[in-house]
Design a protein around this ligand. Structure first.
Ligand SMILES: C[S@@+](CC[C@H](N)C(=O)[O-])C[C@H]1O[C@@H](n2cnc3c(N)ncnc32)[C@H](O)[C@@H]1O
Length: 271
């Protein structure tokens, strides 16, 4: 079978807002990733309204929280991701719709003129902030918006530095009937570590095969700054937070060296 390859998102020509590139297939890609939702629901219930999700994307977590009758604001930089969230919100019952406010904005600097009892940044989203200045700006903005008894939670992967570099792998992400009926889309990726800078560089190939075998490829690059436990607790501390809980997984297992995640829950240190 002859395979025609067409690259329609050249690597050097990525969109200005790189997260727009994920919007079309993000939900299909992540439909089986639900293991984090119960933890976020638990904290949203425990801390109470209002809640703020930074980097809310398509509302994967925000909508289940709103369905519980909790008032939630979602902030995201990508208008396309927010459009998907709005489309989904329109399908929700009126009661849930009333609980949601969506803002296009940047987690590095936002002014919502409101305090929240729970602020969270899920699913590695904080890691896109590559510089210390960006990380501090985000945490400073979060600090200003957190109520005195509130909680800030940030979840990220626990970097596995033994993972092979430059090896194209499939995590079994196959999207049927995307982008069109009859198409099959597979997502492959490979990664390199910049260990001195603690940056992981991932390149995704989003390969869509037509029924006739013709292949279309979309290429997306992502850089993430990974952290270590002690380092991140110091970053939180230097921005006025004290870590009160640290989990290694969404079932609240205590963090260990080989845990898949680091989920920090912090409170404000009040002077
Ligand atoms: C991995 S997705 C997570 C979406 C959602 N929280 C979830 O768990 O499904 C990361 C999101 O972060 C958003 N994002 C990236 N940089 C941002 C920034 N500086 N400010 C606000 N949102 C940002 C992207 O647009 C994207 O929607």
């Amino acid at each position: 079978m002859q395979v025609k390859l067409k690259v329609y998102t050249p690597i050097q020509n990525l969109m200005k807002n790189e997260f727009d590139a994920y919007a079309d297939f993000y939900d299909k890609w992540n439909e089986n990733f639900i293991s984090d939702i119960p933890l976020w629901l638990e904290y949203a219930r425990k801390c109470g309204s209002p809640v703020l999700e930074l980097c809310c994307g398509t509302g994967r977590i925000l909508l289940p929280i709103a369905r519980e009758g909790i008032e939630i604001t979602g902030l995201d930089v990508s208008e396309k991701m927010l459009d998907k969230a709005r489309e989904k919100l329109n399908q929700e019952p009126e009661e849930a719709k009333k609980k949601v406010t969506l803002f296009q904005g940047d987690m590095r600097n936002f002014h919502l003129k409101k305090e929240f009892n729970f602020i969270f940044i899920p699913f590695n989203s904080f890691l896109v902030l590559l510089s210390t200045e960006e990380q501090n700006n985000c945490l400073r903005s979060a600090y200003k918006h957190l109520s005195s008894q509130g909680r800030l939670a940030i979840s990220m992967f626990n970097a596995d530095l033994s993972r092979a570099e430059g090896v194209l792998r499939s995590e079994g992400d196959i999207l049927e009937d995307y982008p069109q009926e009859g198409d099959t889309t597979e997502i492959f990726s490979y990664q390199f570590f910049d260990k001195p800078k603690q940056i992981i560089k991932v390149r995704f190939f989003v390969d869509s095969t037509k029924a006739g075998g013709e292949l279309f490829r979309k290429t997306i690059d992502l850089k993430m700054r990974y952290f270590f436990q002690d380092e991140f607790e110091k970053i939180l501390s230097s921005n006025g937070f004290e870590t009160v809980e640290l989990f290694g997984n969404y079932d609240k297992a205590p963090f260990k060296e080989d845990s898949p995640f680091m989920i920090f829950v912090a409170k404000k240190v009040l002077s």
